[in-house]
Design a protein around this ligand. Sequence first.
Ligand SMILES: *Cc1c(COP(=O)(O)O)cnc(C)c1O
Length: 368
Amino acid sequence: MSRFSDLIADHARPLCVNAPSRRPRPAVSQPIPRRVKLAANESPYGPSPKAVAAMRAAAEGCHLYPDDDALELRRNIAERHGVEADQVLVSAGLTALLATIARTLLQSGRNAVTSERSFVVYRHVTSATGAKLVETRGREDGYDLDAIFSAIDTSTRLVFFANPNNPTGTMVESGAVERFLERVPPHVVVVIDEAYYDYAQHFANSRGVQYSSPDFVRHENVVLLRTFSKAHGLAGVRVGYGVGPVELIAYLARMQDMFSVSNVAQAAALAALEDEEHIRFAVERNAQQAEWLAGEISKLGYRVIPTWTNFLCCDVGQDASAIARRLREQGLIILPLGQWGAPTSIRITVGIPEQNQSFLDALRKISV
Ligand SMILES: *Cc1c(COP(=O)(O)O)cnc(C)c1O
């Protein structure tokens, strides 16, 4: 092909040489008067003002390398989970931590198991190691843990389990998760990705069901993931963490890039954890807007999957990429799910009332 394609390592080939380009598409010809981006599940309520103040203060010390151990933040997180600080690893977002976990446990000849229609990063980090990603069929638009269990073989080292799931927004209750964890063989590490924890916990409380459990991390083969990118509104800062068994966490820590979590990010995370009021505000507003928006979309005759997150997944019954294009022409950016094998579904991040109203107006306009 060209000079460099021959030089690329075998495991990297499917990721870069034969992958679709990641360059942004050219801008549409007409100027967009107003852009409403509801495509990345960011919080429309922004970061905690206390986190912003902490970042400003930390910026004064940015000529120094950060604490590579993130000790203060790890202690704080450990206390919240009722575990030892040695069981916590802080990372520059979960995307980076997923890559670290994959390159620690996977290699060519091994596999990771996840569900179809789940988080795209699982595929990327698995392929990057030369391992295979096995995607099982879903159940009721979400994870089927029985199918996941059946897909585990002697070469499996990881299960990636997004709970709630992105992009479908579904959640598996803690009892079913617990029963699954009890069955998983010891040669498999289960990564429970709770990126939407705060939203899901709020929905679970109001719907009277059990979502996550502090007991998940009592299992010797579980790594529980949380991020500050979603409800905490810190997606641009890049900080998240994992909780797991001491020995495995120590291996992962050595595999992580040095100094990857900045002192600004560590300060932001600490302050964001303390500002429970801000989180409550974000999750309550989100729940209220999510229910409203889901109701309005249903009235247009589209099926909306009940959500446990800050986004909605709905089937618009026609080519979703065409819908996305027409919405984009009106300045509205949402995610069509064709790449997930759902060519008539879209994912919309729940915004503030004005954004949600703009989305609905635009959807109504193109639906007639
Ligand atoms: C958004 C999201 C994450 C968070 O990624 P960061 O790298 O921490 O921003 C992780 N898992 C899932 C399923 C997500 O949707």
